[in-house]
Design a protein around this ligand. Structure first.
Ligand code: UFG
Length: 322
């Protein structure tokens, strides 16, 4: 049985489907502060908060947990600049509760949701995992610190980990069962598609003077189902005795904001009002993963193209269930 914290969230809920397809049983722990109960289509569900140590112990007593996939965290970069305490309390202190419960119950394998935000403003593209970690916001710091905490827990207690550093997660389940539903929504692709549907008056393009081909930021967009499958590969790797490691999950291909916008227009075939505005503070000009290490260690590589990412997202937003 695999414990999935934050399994009602965007990446967590898609990972539950991949786990079930691979034959794993799961139990989700989620406080539903951002997640959706309707997104949990597989496995058991426990409505609880990682701050609640009693609930956590009860869960470990009830289910024979073999390994943990830890998604539960706050993930808004902008909010983390205004309320760092919120990010350090939830992403670090509550994460420690989870690690301590694992110690108490003899569970020694964890897959951690990390982020390309650990690299800050990179000086090398594509970014290798060995790149210096210098986060530029408390969200990225919380992910970097938790990776370091995992390293200390391995030395002291033998807990093995795989930290997965996601680049820009996007897209939705190709069968349309689940998809991205953040409140508030801050990510580019859902905002563009919601604008196409008339749910928003316009999309703002943040910054057109970056030193990129068309002046807008470059990101490495990766399909959420590719991310989900990488978690299953990382789990099999740890369960078969793999060593602790940190891996980028991206496609190795960057797309500018304008390219993404144009792809969306082609797929939607609808007018999408937009406005060019100044840059969003804290946005690095370019983030693109080197995916060599994940391919080598997990034998994993992404399959979905940007067009497929946007098409599956478009299908979801037109028929959104939650
Ligand atoms: N963008 C716009 N307009 C919008 C929203 C976004 O132009 O309304 C641009 C951003 O400036 C950026 C790109 O679209 O250049 C992608 O922005 P997202 O908000 O979709 O994603 P980010 O790259 O900011 O964030 C991602 C992850 C975070 C992670 C971060 C690391 O979602 O969890 O990368 O920098 F922390």
């Amino acid at each position: 049985m695999i414990l999935v914290t934050g399994g009602a969230g965007y990446i967590g809920s898609h990972t539950l489907l991949s786990l079930a397809d691979a034959g794993y049983e799961s139990v989700t722990l989620d406080n539903l502060c951002y997640g959706h109960r309707a997104a949990v289509l597989k496995g058991h569900f426990v409505h609880a908060d990682l701050a609640d140590e009693t609930a956590l112990s009860h869960l470990f007593e009830t289910f024979p947990i073999e390994a943990v996939i830890h998604f539960a965290a706050f993930c808004y970069v902008g909010e983390s600049m205004e309320a760092p305490e919120k990010y350090f309390s939830n992403n670090l202190v509550n994460g420690l509760n989870l690690l301590n419960a694992m110690l108490n119950f003899g569970v020694d394998k964890i897959i951690f949701s990390s982020s390309c935000a650990v690299y800050g403003d990179p000086f090398e593209i594509p970014i290798p995992e060995s790149h210096v970690k210098s986060p530029i916001n408390p969200y990225g710091l919380s992910k970097h610190f938790f990776e370091e905490i995992l390293a200390s827990y391995e030395v002291a207690h033998g807990i093995k980990h795989v930290s997965l550093r996601y680049f820009n997660a996007a897209g939705a389940d190709p069968q349309g069962r689940i998809g991205e539903s953040h409140e508030p929504e801050t990510h580019l692709i859902p905002l563009v598609l919601q604008t196409a549907l008339g749910l928003r008056p316009e999309i703002q393009i943040f910054g057109t003077d970056y030193s990129t081909a068309d002046g807008t930021c470059i990101r490495d967009y990766i399909h959420v189902c590719d991310l989900a499958n990488a978690h299953v590969s990382a789990l099999s790797y740890l369960l078969s005795g793999g060593q602790s490691t940190s891996l980028n999950l991206g496609t190795g291909k960057g797309h500018t904001v304008r390219e993404v916008f144009e792809h969306c227009q082609q797929i939607c075939q609808l007018p999408i009002p937009y406005r060019e505005v100044g840059p969003r503070p804290g946005d690095p000009p370019e983030l693109v993963a080197s995916g060599d290490k994940a391919e080598e260690i997990l034998n994993w590589s992404p399959h979905y193209t940007l067009t497929e990412i946007i098409s599956t997202a478009w299908n979801w937003h037109q028929n959104q269930k939650f």
